[in-house]
Ligand binder design. Structure first.
Ligand SMILES: Nc1ncnc2c1ncn2[C@@H]1O[C@H](COP(=O)(O)OP(=O)(O)OP(=O)(O)O)[C@@H](O)[C@H]1O
Ligand SMILES: [Mg+2]
Length: 347
């Protein structure tokens, strides 16, 4: 097991800073998910931990020890890549055993490790098969097993599920959560999919353009986003945002926080709009409601309305967020919060 720490880390490519002055502590034994849009620096961060592509300046510490001069093979980390790169001509057993043979682990020990780890990831029956005869999910498990036999103190995973179809991804997500529980090892998992981040993480590290926007457990990230970027990145559909019309302030509310009805019930924010679109998704329906020049996405459990119908859209005061012009969220403890709530009162 191991903790990881970045201290004032900068990474530049051709004098362009992709990561700048980054400080981050990743806790020992936790499942940490790095999430953010494409190009924000997630893979770059993982590669610095692995030592594949070291930082330009600053320090990376593993278990409190500066690893700058330690080569990748000796850092006690294993990395699983998006395109899991297993050897097609080797059997599943040979694939998993490969790294151990290279490290001159004796045959008996190799066999014991391969068998116990294959059982952990559910591959025992497939040890003599070639990868080409396996499903995508099974191949992904081979890649995981190959990382696991090294018994690393840190697992780094870079979008390991992105090649799988939606159903298998959900299944593998649950398997990874269970695997983490079983191993108790530090997991650092990269994805650009906020649903993956929300469902698997103990801690989410949300990045944008090389900067950490927020570091928090999933529920905190959802209930108390630091800024507009976090508010709009986490949650589907994203939080509705609109101008308050005062001091450049924006207000927001989540699609599931609004209530649609035929008659108002006296909630704080209450407007009359028209249903512009309706997406019936089975267990829920997403409506787009137009009001003056604004449009809001609303998620309902029930499917009561049709396109072009007039509706009353209401949001309770405790479901409303405010953001400064620079994007930072204004907390309820801020003296201005109640003034903005008054300015928003409609109906
Ligand atoms: N070897 C390199 N040379 C020059 N620029 C690079 C290099 N590697 C990465 N970059 C740049 O650094 C930035 C971050 O890249 P990175 O691969 O870390 O993004 P990412 O968050 O993993 O994105 P994705 O979700 O698309 O995988 C990008 O703008 C990328 O173009
Ligand atoms: Mg990447």
């Amino acid at each position: 097991m191991a903790s990881i720490e970045f201290v004032k880390v900068t990474k530049s490519f051709d004098k362009h800073d992709v990561i700048k002055d980054l400080d981050l502590k990743i806790e020992d034994g936790k499942f940490t998910v790095l999430v953010g849009p494409s190009g924000c620096g997630k893979t770059t961060l993982l590669r610095m931990i692995a030592g594949i592509d070291p930082q330009t300046s600053g320090k990376v510490l593993i278990n409190g020890k500066d690893v700058t001069k330690i080569p990748p093979g000796q850092r006690g980390v294993a990395m699983v890549f998006q395109n899991y790169a297993i050897y097609p001509t080797m059997s599943v057993r040979e694939n998993i055993e490969f790294g151990l043979k290279n490290n001159k682990v004796p045959k008996e020990e190799r066999t014991r490790l391969v068998e116990s780890i294959s059982a952990t990831v559910g591959l025992s029956e497939y040890l003599d098969r070639k990868p080409s005869t396996l499903s995508g999910g099974q191949r992904q498990r081979v890649a995981l097993a190959r990382a696991m036999v090294k018994q690393p103190s840190v697992f780094l995973m870079d979008e390991p599920l992105s090649n799988l179809d939606a159903k298998l991804r959900v299944q593998m997500r649950i398997e990874l959560i269970e695997l983490h529980k079983k191993l108790g090892t530090t997991f650092v998992y990269v994805t650009h999919d906020q649903v993956e981040a929300m469902s698997m993480a103990d801690t989410i590290v949300l990045m944008n353009k090389g900067l950490i926007q927020q570091e928090a457990p999933p529920d905190v990230m959802y209930r108390k986003p630091n800024n507009m970027f976090a508010a709009e990145f986490i949650g589907v559909p994203p939080m509705n945002m609109d101008d308050l019309g005062v001091e450049g302030i924006k207000f927001g509310f989540r699609p599931e926080s609004a209530v649609l009805s035929k008659e108002p019930s006296g909630k704080h924010f209450s407007i009359r709009g028209v249903i512009a679109t309706r997406e019936m998704l089975g267990s829920e329906t997403v409506y787009q409601v137009k009001y003056n020049n604004s449009s809001y996405m609303i998620k309902c459990i029930e499917d009561h309305f049709t396109v072009d119908e007039d509706v009353c859209l209401e949001v309770a005061a405790n479901k409303i967020f405010f953001f400064e012009e620079d994007g930072n969220r204004i907390g309820e403890e801020d003296g201005r919060f109640n003034n903005y709530l008054e300015a928003l009162r409609r109906g």
